[in-house]
Write a protein that binds this ligand. Sequence first.
Ligand SMILES: [Zn+2]
Length: 66
Amino acid sequence: MANAFSYACRDCDGMEACPASVVAQTKNEVWKLMELHAQVAHDENPAEWDGETREYLATLIRPVNV
Ligand SMILES: [Zn+2]
């Protein structure tokens, strides 16, 4: 039974070389960590992510059992 959510950056198109992944109890927390990672590692501004980008990223968040 899944009790957490994970996001692996390498699952994202164009990010295959990135080793980072995050795991947290809630999707909301995963989003925060994803946004922080994108800022720190990829110099992105998550405030500029449009609806399509967020929809795509949401499909990459997976339930996991920790
Ligand atoms: Zn990354």
